[in-house]
Write a protein that binds this ligand. Sequence first.
Ligand code: SAM
Length: 331
Amino acid sequence: MNQLIDPFDRHITYLRVSVTDHCNYRCHYCRDEDHQTHTRRSEVLSFEEIAKIVRLFAELGVTKVRLTGGEPLLRKDILYLTKMLGEIPGLTDIPLSTNAHLLPTMASQLMDYGINRLNISLDTLNPQRHKDITRGGDLDIVIKGIDKAIEVGMGPIKLNMVVMKGINDDEIEEMVEFAIGRGLDIRFIETMPIGLAGIEAVDRHYSEAEILERIQKRYGNKLIAQKAKQTDGPAKALLIEDTNTRVATISAVSNHFCGTCNRVRMTAKGDLVLCLGQEDSVSLRDAIRSSMTDDEIKALIVSAITKKPEKHVFSSVIDNISNRQMVEIGG
Ligand code: SAM
């Protein structure tokens, strides 16, 4: 039975776990130019600690755990963690978010270890733009990674494109065609003003309404509205007729989907973050490294959930400057 119910009657069934705050890419909306990751190994939760915390969440009613980062595939022996999580009773879904750079060599093993559902960040199909946006990424390797994931049978795979005015907004239709060609879903994400990097990206904001207008114009009556699947989260999906591709938008800025929010996040250092738009967190690392019993830690989690705010506050951007970078919270 789910015991994680917040004061707004939202049932928390989804935990996003950042396994590292290191990333091989430096996307400019995710971390600011000077941001360095200096986290010491001892500060980061071990796999045993992550698995124990996830087990406690599962006992409280969480059924879905997404592995994210930083870049989760950079964490050494990540497959060992996926195996540990796969053995936790009650978890029914363990997807992973990645920039795909390491998929050419890791997709097959991930599949063997039960990770089949992926969200892949891909903001452009132009190699130079990709290099610029990610500050050094390699589009060719990313596409090889996507194709490898498809080849080994992973799915469903969702592409995530952060749409930015004047940077990649001219590629919306091309990205949909890319997704159709490979039978993938695609989601267009509004840039969120989180951390200095996100706030700097605000003037490149491209709204959900503009994105949908473009999709409507191109695909018109081929769009079939979809009932939200359990795996959709805040995305609103449209199936393109005669394809396997669903197009969706995630509009954290234009719209509040907070009323149906079912998620919380845990950073690589074990901070439980209740909402992307808030500074508050509770250290589960301190709890797990103390003499607290499992029941006491569960009580701490239940109590933290009562502090989940009703909605995120992105509108007063200046008031919302956070020292945290997206790369640390895990998206
Ligand atoms: N490295 C993995 C990846 O590339 O997907 C996982 C971590 S990344 C922080 C998770 C997601 O957060 C990505 O889809 C990324 O595009 C998104 N993201 C980061 N900063 C963002 C921002 N300011 N606004 C909207 N989405 C953002």
